[in-house]
Design a binder for this molecule. Structure first.
Ligand SMILES: CC(C)(COP(=O)(O)OP(=O)(O)OC[C@H]1O[C@@H](n2cnc3c(N)ncnc32)[C@H](O)[C@@H]1OP(=O)(O)O)[C@@H](O)C(=O)NCCC(=O)NCCSC(=O)C[C@H](O)C(=O)O
Ligand SMILES: [Mg+2]
Length: 283
């Protein structure tokens, strides 16, 4: 599958220390999994979690889900061993927490050949987002809105106004370089309405998907970040109308009272490609 088309609607964190959750994820309809060795694992459990996770990945059963291992920071006592271990695991990428500079990714790239992902979750990381996004081995960014709220001393607001500058900077950086970018977690995992609102906001802004902490959140994220039936139908009509206009020697078509130009056709084609990529996950 073309990596740029790969769906990342739902990206579930699973503590690398929890056998039961590691097993349960094999049957969950998530697009990607972040196997966590960092914050979801207590210091005393970390070396054992590395072993537990390596064994679960070796056992397999995660199908087409993208498998991303979040290691501890390289400045910690566990980071380097995590990175070396992740390099030997059956995973698709390694995720580094609290990335603040491309040099930190260079250091990780010396320990693993895997594609890299970066947690964007500190003020310095926000200010250096463009340089981080331009790292040649970087494939994806993950918003760490819990750490960011802590660093900013911001309050939770349903409209996420305190987060907007940071979300916007990282989105610009990811889009400028073609990286995948997924939104931060919604902590209140029993609040479906709140999660849906935050997913819809993230989709409106251009995020590819949302990171999740509980299986109950998966369905809502998958629905929010997939093209709707109406979007697919409109995309097909726009493409058809533009082809007709071109045959008639015109560069602009009109669909539902709105102009359709080359750039709208490109968007329509990406809507159809995303819908097809999602359908292919179920095959
Ligand atoms: C939040 C939880 C601690 C709740 O766990 P639990 O009390 O076990 O929930 P349930 O009893 O409702 O669970 C029902 C079943 O689902 C399984 N389960 C639960 N969570 C997961 C999961 N994440 N992945 C897979 N499976 C999961 C349970 O095992 C139950 O299974 P079964 O018994 O077979 O029915 C827990 O959900 C949890 O630990 N979530 C992950 C928390 C986490 O990863 N946190 C770190 C990432 S968030 C973050 O740090 C982002 C970033 O860095 C930032 O700064 O923002
Ligand atoms: Mg964090």
């Amino acid at each position: 599958m073309d990596l740029t088309l790969r769906p990342y609607r739902s990206v579930l964190y699973i503590p690398g220390s929890k056998d039961r959750a590691l097993d349960k994820a094999r049957g969950l309809p998530v697009d990607a999994i972040i196997f966590d060795l960092e914050d979801a694992v207590s210091p005393g459990e970390k070396p054992a979690a590395r072993e537990t996770l390596a064994a679960a990945l070796a056992q397999g059963g995660y199908g087409k889900r993208s498998k991303i291992v979040r290691i501890n920071g390289l400045e910690t006592e566990w980071g380097e061993a995590d990175a070396k271990a992740a390099n030997d695991m059956d995973c698709d990428a390694v995720l580094l927490p609290k990335v603040e500079s491309p040099e930190q990714l260079d250091a990780l790239a010396r320990l693993t050949d895997k594609p890299l992902w970066a947690m964007m979750e500190t003020p310095k990381g926000m200010l250096n987002a463009a340089a981080i996004g331009a790292h040649p081995q970087l494939m994806g960014m993950v918003m760490g809105t819990n750490d960011l709220a802590k660093e900013l001393n911001s309050r939770f607001r349903a409209d996420r106004l305190p987060m907007m500058a940071s979300l916007g900077l990282c989105l610009l950086a990811a889009k400028a370089t073609g990286c995948v970018i997924v939104d931060g977690v919604y902590n209140a995992f029993k609040d479906d309405a709140g999660l849906k609102a935050e997913c819809d906001q993230g989709r409106d802004m251009g995020f590819d998907g949302k990171t999740l902490i509980h299986p109950a959140q998966v369905e809502i994220a998958n629905a929010a970040f997939a093209p709707t039936e109406a979007e697919v139908e409109l995309a097909k009509r726009q493409i058809a109308a533009f082809e007709e206009a071109e045959k008639a020697g015109q560069g602009v078509a009109v669909v539902d009272g709105k102009i359709v130009e080359n750039l709208h056709v490109a968007t329509a084609q990406s809507v159809l490609a995303k819908a097809e990529a999602i359908a292919a996950l179920g095959e």
